[in-house]
Design a binder for this molecule. Structure first.
Ligand code: ZN
Ligand code: ZN
Length: 358
């Protein structure tokens, strides 16, 4: 086990002691991977006690667990029996945000007592990234930049959204990424007003706004970036929409600093868009944490209680959407540092037209 993984276990045990837990059954895949390094966490659990920790998985993964896991592996299909045996008589915590009612009932049966429901115990610890994690996120962001620039080269009137998305995916895989962190969003024309408009068979046309929201995954870690461009010349109203969102994005990104409540960063963008008459059109929160999961803590939203800390990887992604007409979103991934932030998304975000010769 390396220092980073030893440190993660130490932090989990501190959090367990605060909750007076003697053992914790970790089932949430991202948490299993974070603690063990095992890359098939959907088929594994981690049992943490105050002295020991094990990866519990089955016979399909003997070689893989041996090669990847920082924790000793126990190979046994009936993992609940092993967990109950090794947790002994103490208070056992489960991850209530992930365990189903059916699994909870079985665990109760195996342990012979009610497990203690924890929520977000490890998610809170995962908010701040160590050096190895920051490095993986930085590499995922760099690959995302390159895939975006590559795909933009094929955008022109007549090309389908899904062909752009496919080219992004192909590029990421061929350049060594694990795959995409989430389904690629390519939304043109009226579809750009759909914040989660997955690439469709729609043909991109001249004069449209085009939004691409994408992120590569590298060594398990996600990136997340959005750019909106014009396919040739767009209307003055659509250009004004872009300028307002860019102003909000630049200002709210500049507000990122350790010690700042995330709701204050959200407010910077929201106030600017409201001044442009786009308060209602900004129909989502400003951003979210990114790591092994594409959406994780902290949240950057009007009612969030989170405060930025050095080591957090967060997105800053204001948008404005006029349903049926058009939308704009601009999203950067940034790492909070001791004295501010490091932007990890480097693709140009200023106004840009593509695909139509002047
Ligand atoms: Zn995104
Ligand atoms: Zn995002």
């Amino acid at each position: 086990m390396n220092d980073a993984h030893r440190n993660r276990l130490t932090r989990v045990r501190h959090a367990m002691q605060e909750r007076e837990l003697d053992a914790l059954v970790v089932t949430l895949p991202a948490n299993v991977r974070w603690l063990s390094g095992f890359t098939s966490p959907e088929d594994a659990r981690v049992l943490v006690t105050l002295e020991d920790a094990w990866l519990l998985t089955d016979g399909r993964y003997i070689a893989q667990a041996d090669a990847e896991s920082h924790l000793p592996a126990v190979i046994e299909r009936d993992w609940m029996r092993i967990a109950a045996e090794r947790a002994k008589d103490g208070q056992v915590g489960v991850e209530a945000e992930h365990v189903t009612l059916a699994t909870g009932t079985k665990l109760e049966h195996h342990f012979g007592r009610d497990p203690i429901r924890t929520e977000g115990l490890i998610a809170r610890l995962r908010r701040t990234k160590d050096d190895a994690e920051s490095d993986a996120i930085r590499r995922a962001a760099a690959l995302t930049d390159r895939a975006y620039e590559h795909a933009l080269g094929m955008v022109r009137p007549g090309v389908r959204e899904l062909d752009v998305a496919l080219e992004i995916e192909r590029f990421v895989r061929s350049e060594g990424g694990d795959g995409m962190a989430f389904d690629v969003i390519v939304a043109s024309g009226p579809r750009s007003a759909m914040p989660h408009g997955l690439a469709s068979s729609k043909v991109i046309e001249a004069g449209e706004l085009l939004t691409i929201d994408m992120g590569a995954r590298v060594d398990g870690y996600c990136a997340d970036m959005t750019r909106t461009v014009g396919v040739g010349t767009v209307s003055d109203a659509h250009r004004a929409l872009f300028d307002a969102v860019l102003e909000a994005q630049v200002a709210s990104l500049a507000a990122v600093a350790p010690g700042t409540p995330t709701r204050d960063v959200d407010a910077v963008a929201r106030d600017i868009l409201t001044r442009h008459g786009l308060g209602e059109a900004f129909a989502h929160s400003l951003g979210h944490g990114v790591g092994l999961e594409i959406h994780e803590a902290p949240g950057l939203a009007p009612r969030s209680e989170d405060v930025l800390e050095a080591g957090m990887a967060v997105t800053i992604e204001p948008g404005a959407y006029h349903p049926g007409d058009a939308g704009v979103r601009i999203e950067d991934l940034a790492l909070v540092t001791e004295d501010g932030y490091e932007v990890l998304s480097h693709a140009p975000k200023g106004w840009r037209t593509v695909g139509v010769d002047a």
